[in-house]
Structure formats: C-alpha cells, structure tokens
Design a protein around this ligand. Structure first.
Ligand code: SF4
Length: 469
C-alpha cells in the first residue's frame, strides 16, 4: 500500500495541468537522468491518449522541452518560460545536460492521436544515435503530477522505508485510528509525516505551500488581460477584487488585512471574494503561472479559496489553522487517489474538482471545530454532488469550464462543511468509502469523450472555432 505524504499531494509546480504539464515535465527530467551513460544524437517523445488529444492546449510540449533542458518546475522563473520556448523554436536545438541536441518542435514531440494500452496518459521517450535507437522508456502520467515508469524497479523512497505509524487505505482505517487515539484527522496525518520529517521541515514546508497558494491568489488579483491559447478568455479576478476593495494595497499582507477588515461580510460579498480567489488562481494556472497542485492544477483554486474563506471570513479563525486544514485535506486526497483516481483522463472532472472540493470540505470542517466524523461526512457530501462530472475543456485548454468550475467547487465545499457541521454523522446514509467506490465505478462507466480528450461535451458543442486556439 502506498504511503502518501502531504508534500506529494501538494506539489509546487507550473500550470496549466498536473497530469499534462507537471507529470510530463517530471518524466522528461527522469528520462534525462537515464541518459547519462548513453551515447545519443537525438531525442523523440511520443504522446498517446489524452496527452495527444489535449496536450497542445495543456502545454505538454512546452513542459517536455523544459524538462529535457533540466528546468525545475518548482523554481523556474515562470515569467521567462515564453522567452525560453521561443528561443528553442527559433534555434531548433536544446541543451540536454550541457549537450547540444537538435530539436525541431514538430518532429521531436509527436502527438500520436491514438490510445496506448498502458494508460490514457502515456509518453514514450526515445533516444537515438543516428537512426539507431539506444534508449526507449515509457512513462504514464497518472494524475496530480504523479508519474509511473513502466517496467522500472520501484526503489523504496525514504517515505516507504521508514515505519509509518498509521497505515490508511480507507476512511474506515482512519476512523479506527482516530477512535483509538482520540485525536483529529490532522493529528494522525502529522504523526505519519513525523515518521519521515522533522517538525521544522513539516512546518516550513506547510508554510511554503500556504505562501505559494496565497502568492498565486494575490498575483491573479492584480493582473488584467487575455489568457493565452486562442480562446481569448478575459481575466476576471482583478475586476472583482477592484470592485470590492476601494484602494490598491501595496503588498500581499496589507491586501489580506484589508479584506479581513472589510466591514461588509454579507453573503454576496463573501461569495464574490470566494469566486475571486478561485478565479485568480486558475487564471494564473492557465497562464503557466506558479501554482500548488491541490490535488491537480486544473483544480488548484478550490482549496486556497476555501482556506482564505476560513482565514478571512470565519469568526475566531486561527492564523495557524492552515496547517491542520492542509494536513486533513491531503489525507482525503489520498483516500481518493488510492480508492479511485485523481486523474481526469481516468475519471473526468469529478476526479479533479470533485476531489479538491471533498478535500477542502474536510479541511474546513476540522478547523471549524467539527469532529473527524463530521469532516469525513463533509468530504462525502462534497463528492456526492460532483459525481459524474465530465472533463470537456474547450479547445483542450484548462480555461472553460475549468476556471469557473473552481469557484463552484469551493462553494460546494463550504456548503458540504455547513451541512456536516449541522448534521449528525450517525444518521448519514452514505459514508466516504462508499462514495469513493461509487466515484471510481462512475469513472469506469464514463465515456472516453468526457475524460480530458476534448471529444465531447462543451468541447464540441460550443460554437467556437477550435482552430483559432
Ligand atoms: S474540466 Fe475539470 S478535469 Fe477537465 S481540465 Fe478542466 S478542471 Fe481539469
């Protein structure tokens, strides 16, 4: 059974997609690491399934080129990406580990437009010396920036080697541990993390994730213009932000303080802020900005929006509450990853926005003082009302319906938390494990047209000329 660290479900990376951008980027870096002893003159990458159908809109080719050149998605200056790629395309070569390699965009990255039996998101990397193939490796991007290397011996990471005190596969396991220890979900998750990392590392990493989430919201609230890709989607977060704040704050801290102090906390205002936070993150994501996968990039806006709702609008919120919120949310994400999927190519948007909403609902419920049973109930309610949600992005871009969908996921998470906090889990008819199982069965029944292929739904029924994208 896989142990999932909080820091693997919340990955710092670059938009717009965790499975189609971050995963391929990481796979490309891995492939380069395997080339060290190999004498090669060229590299070719073949993309299959959903990666070939929506990879262009999801910037898979850009991610592969950056990964092959050794850029790190956590640290790359995102403002420089366009310039790097433009230079690559003009030069027709790239540097791979300081070696100059010919690289013609249309010849070295091939969108195969057919499925591969291995996985809906398959990448095959081939290194050649002249015409002779000298290395061929297959990777699967399995969602949330996680990758699998076909046929590779799975080396035990530090997290797998050390003893994990609480082995959790299902919500029922989690509840068993909670009953025996009389603790919260976040306490259980923290103990598991402590078996791998020091308290200082855990705290500083949680802080970093929180800061990057908020940086992304702040950045998105201060940018105007049209998003790239050809759909001409206009950014909206800044407009909402400016309509709610009378003056421009100088920095992120002042901006947060100004929102917190706002005297107007009626439903309409709070709803506008939650929408604004979600849109801001996903506009940044669509613009290849720095985001935290939560549990994916397409759904990266739900958790930060709900977290900010707690910190800025809930009475008696605790500034450090983000730690328990993120720990709890991560555990819910892993329950879905283990029992179902967090990949839209396997399960549609229920696996992205649905899971992020369930994660946020549980996190919010715990920090608002709900019992562990209520937190799990909130996660269940949030997913119950995302079941069957398809992934049909127009033009294969992570923009429509994705950006607005994050605002909807955030609101459903808050509603789910409210219902759980005012309800009694003893009387709940559906438990979290049942909904995870149902979500997975629904995913298996879903037509491939609705699994991040842009072959159905909005992607084909909205009269927008996709060739413009
Ligand atoms: S529709 Fe949902 S799952 Fe599909 S790309 Fe958009 S956010 Fe991701």
């Amino acid at each position: 059974m896989e142990y999932g660290s909080v820091f693997s479900i919340f990955k710092i990376g670059v938009g717009p997609s965790s499975s189609h951008t971050l995963g391929p980027w990481i796979a490309a870096k891995k492939f380069v690491s395997l080339l060290k002893e190999i004498d090669y003159t060229s590299i070719e990458v073949c993309l299959y399934g959903s990666l070939s159908k929506t990879g262009k809109g999801h910037c898979t080719d850009i991610a592969l080129a950056l990964g092959l050149q050794g850029y790190n998605p956590q640290t790359i200056d995102t403002e420089k990406i366009a310039e790097i790629i433009q230079k690559n395309k003009t030069d027709n070569y790239i540097y791979v580990d300081a070696k100059k390699v010919p690289f013609i965009w249309s010849e070295n990255i091939l969108f195969k437009n057919r499925k591969h039996e291995g996985h809906p998101n398959t990448m095959i990397f081939i290194a050649k010396n002249g015409q002779k193939q000298v290395l061929k490796e297959t990777f699967f991007s399995i969602g949330g920036g996680f990758i699998e290397h076909q046929g590779a011996h799975i080396s035990k990471t530090k997290t797998q080697k050390n003893k994990i005190p609480f082995r959790i596969k299902k919500a029922a396991d989690l509840l068993k541990y909670i009953d025996s220890t009389h603790t919260n979900i976040s306490d259980i998750v923290l103990e598991n993390e402590r078996s791998q990392y020091s308290d200082d590392v855990i705290k500083s990493q949680l802080r970093l994730i929180y800061e990057i989430m908020i940086d992304c919201v702040y950045s998105g609230c201060n940018k105007e213009g049209v998003l790239p890709g050809g759909l001409n989607v206009k950014r909206r977060a800044k407009q909402i932000n400016d309509s709610l704040l009378s003056q421009k704050e100088k920095n992120k801290e002042q901006w947060l303080e100004a929102i917190k102090k706002t005297s107007n906390k009626n439903f309409d205002t709070v709803n506008k802020w939650i929408s604004c936070f979600s849109l801001a993150i996903n506009e940044e994501n669509a613009n290849l900005g720095r985001v935290v996968t939560a549990p994916t990039n397409g759904a990266a806006g739900v958790i930060p929006a709900v977290l900010l709702y707690y910190l800025l609008f809930c009475d008696n919120s605790n500034e450090k509450g983000y730690e328990s919120f993120l720990l709890t949310a991560a555990q819910i994400g892993f329950l879905f990853k283990q029992g179902a999927t967090i990949s839209a190519a396997l399960g549609g948007c229920q696996a992205e926005i649905g899971v992020s909403s369930a994660m946020a609902a549980a996190g919010l419920t715990e920090v608002l003082g709900g019992s562990p049973n209520q937190a799990l109930m909130a996660a269940e309610i949030a997913m119950e009302h995302h079941l069957g949600m398809t992934c049909d992005p127009i033009g294969g871009l992570v923009q429509i319906p994705c950006i607005e969908r994050n605002a909807m996921g955030a609101m459903k998470a808050i509603t789910a938390s409210t219902l759980a906090l005012t309800g009694d889990p003893l009387y709940a008819k559906v438990d979290l494990d049942s909904i995870i199982k149902t979500m997975w069965k629904t995913a298996q029944d879903m037509n491939v047209k609705y699994k991040e292929t842009a072959m159905g739904g909005l992607a084909i029924n909205v009269p927008i000329n996709v060739s413009e994208c």
